[in-house]
Ligand binder design. Structure first.
Ligand code: SF4
Ligand code: SF4
Length: 190
């Protein structure tokens, strides 16, 4: 967190809510804590904080607790919470924004393996315009220190044509690359 931002969050009790609004366009101020987002969330039973608790922590301006949360890393972006919210808050977008904030602040993610998958996925997308599954799995296994994880599934997946040995570059991959680069810029404000 930059010095400026730390000062801001100490002096303005709404700093985090405003930051989320600025980055994502989503205002969580309308949340009525009905809990519908959590009731439909497919991963809420596995996480330290539930979606409605995340909304409340944002409102409480508790950046420190949020940056260490596992919620954003387990979130599958399934959008169930978003379509259920009675006041129209795009909760899935808030989760994604919080994930980007953790990466932007360079704090250790609560779920390092998930963060690693996230990183290698984006690299593969940038390089080929689509994901090269075999490269992604090998890269992830190497980086997380489990080189043979899920290796037993390989032969069946090859034989069914689910994964290939070589990457396939799409025609517009430079455009995909610039979309990702431009999307990344919005957090580099300091
Ligand atoms: S469903 Fe919407 S209003 Fe209800 S707790 Fe979740 S974010 Fe808040
Ligand atoms: S988008 Fe994320 S937070 Fe929302 S229901 Fe799906 S997994 Fe849960």
């Amino acid at each position: 967190m930059s010095e400026q931002e730390t000062k801001t969050s100490h002096t303005d009790p709404h700093a985090l809510r405003k930051l989320i609004l600025e980055l994502s366009g989503v205002d969580i101020g309308k949340c009525i804590q009905c809990g519908k987002c959590t009731a439909g969330c497919v991963v809420a039973n596995e996480t330290d904080w539930t979606p409605n608790q995340v909304m409340q922590l944002i409102r409480l301006n508790d950046m420190e607790t949020l940056l260490g949360s596992s919620m954003f890393w387990y979130c599958t972006s399934c959008q169930t919470c978003t379509v259920r919210c009675p006041v129209g808050i795009d909760i899935a977008k808030v989760m994604n924004t919080m994930r980007l904030l953790v990466l932007d602040k360079q704090v250790d993610p609560a779920e390092t393996d998930v963060a690693t998958v996230n990183k290698v996925f984006m690299r593969s997308l940038k390089a080929h315009g689509r994901v090269f599954e075999l490269g992604l799995v090998m890269n992830k296994n190497f980086r997380t220190g489990h080189p043979f994880q899920d290796a037993s599934m390989g032969p069946a997946m090859f034989s069914k044509g689910k994964i290939g040995l070589k990457p396939h570059n799409i025609k517009g991959r430079q455009r995909i690359k610039s979309i990702i680069r431009n999307a990344g810029r919005f957090l580099k404000r300091d």
